[in-house]
Design a protein around this ligand. Structure first.
Ligand SMILES: *Cc1c(COP(=O)(O)O)cnc(C)c1O
Length: 379
């Protein structure tokens, strides 16, 4: 029997064990647990990989988003445009800072921000836009950046799910996800495409002044120790995680390719099935498939999940309740635009296992069982 996981980090670790163990041992023997040389080196290596000037590591992806918003110096009540169809952290930090989340809809085929919905949501109080490269695919950044520039609104990318992917502009220029907005944010949560063995996150920017500010905010508002210029927080990536990330960064492209190969298999297996809508791949995005999420049509999702589980196949719903219907946020959604696509997707999306360690046989097991289950439920 297969031991299938949504993400198989154990087998992934076994393949890089000698490198990882040596790196962790090195941190242990130097005892540079916080702010050690690995943190600096990782920041530089990631900056080079992404083609950005500055990488500012921090404690997790949620902090990265919060610190990015803090660095923009927004005032309470300022509006921040975000998709509702995202992980809660994107919107939560907006509310936490006493800013007003303004929800926009997404495209049904790519699950990503609908630029026309953004256009409708812009007001004179809009002070930031946070596109989320959901499930590993870039938001259509060119028209979004043009719209934002037209209104002089800064763009913060939530790149927690799409590191390693890139976007191609009409003139052929390619830019890595996270490097296109004024600030990019990511998470190194273990299951992310570039994940550590605990919590971690980072911010990216090409702006020297913003970089300094982000660093200060993440470090109690200080540049010189014990001289605090502004109210900040304490958000650090520790050396052990940085050491792990330095190794995993060297494998990131191959990890993304492995995920894409899983998606290719699923796409081919499910093509033509009228109850399954496979995820669209935008021509201008290199999709890195943090998730493989499809839409189930005319078939009970609950039943499908139950039958999958009986076969030992895990599945997940990302996300069962959209942000604008969450109890903590729904008051904001009153008098905002309707989000019919978000509501529709919430009811029909299902994510199948995807990771870097699948064998052909396991993949075949998942896809053939899923097809049989969909077939059975549609009768
Ligand atoms: C994971 C994730 C975050 C938050 O990252 P943490 O490291 O868990 O704080 C934010 N946004 C999106 C879209 C995510 O997937």
């Amino acid at each position: 029997m297969h031991n299938l996981q949504m993400v198989d980090l154990k087998r992934q670790y076994e393949k890089i064990k000698p490198e990882v163990d040596a790196a962790i041992q090195n941190v242990l023997s130097t005892a540079a647990f916080i702010g050690g040389p690995d943190v600096k080196a990782f920041g530089e290596e990631l900056a080079q990989y992404l083609g950005v000037k500055h990488v500012i590591p921090c404690a997790n992806g949620t902090d990265a988003l919060q610190i990015a918003l803090m660095a923009l110096g927004l005032q309470p009540g300022d509006e921040v445009i975000t998709p509702s169809f995202t992980y809660i952290a994107t919107v939560e930090v907006v509310a936490l800072l006493r800013l007003k989340p303004v929800f926009v809809d997404v495209h049904a085929d790519t699950f990503n921000m609908d630029i026309e919905s953004v256009r409708k949501a812009i007001t004179p109080k809009t002070k930031a836009i946070i596109p989320v490269h959901l499930y590993g695919q870039s938001v259509d950044m060119e028209p979004l950046l043009a719209l934002a520039a037209e209104h002089n609104i800064p763009v913060i990318e939530d790149n927690a799910q799409a590191i390693g992917g890139h976007y191609t502009f009409a003139d052929g220029t390619k830019k890595m996800n996270g490097s296109m907005g004024i600030i990019g944010c990511t998470s190194f949560f273990p299951s992310k495409n570039l994940g550590c063995y605990g919590d971690g996150g980072a911010m990216f920017t090409n702006d020297d002044k913003l970089a300094e500010e982000l660093r200060m905010i993440a470090n109690h508002g200080q540049k010189v120790r014990y001289y605090h210029e502004m109210v900040g927080c304490n958000s650090r990536l520790d050396s052990m995680q940085a050491a792990v990330l330095r190794i995993k960064l060297r494998h990131l492209d191959e990890y993304c390719d492995a995920r894409r190969a899983v998606a290719d298999h699923y796409d081919a297996a499910f093509s033509g099935n009228k109850h399954i809508v496979t995820p669209a791949r935008a021509a201008n995005s290199k999709h890195v498939f943090h998730q493989y999420t499809l839409q189930l049509k005319g078939v009970s999702r609950d039943e499908a999940q139950k039958l999958l589980a009986e076969k030992g196949i895990p599945s997940m719903i990302y996300y069962p309740v959209p942000s604008h219907k969450q109890n903590m946020l729904k008051a904001f959604a009153e008098n905002q635009q309707a989000l019919p696509v978000t509501d529709m997707l919430t009811d029909c999306v299902i994510s199948l296992p995807i990771h870097t360690e699948f064998t052909k046989e396991e993949l075949e097991y998942v896809s053939s069982n899923f097809l049989a289950i969909v077939d059975q439920l549609s009768k």
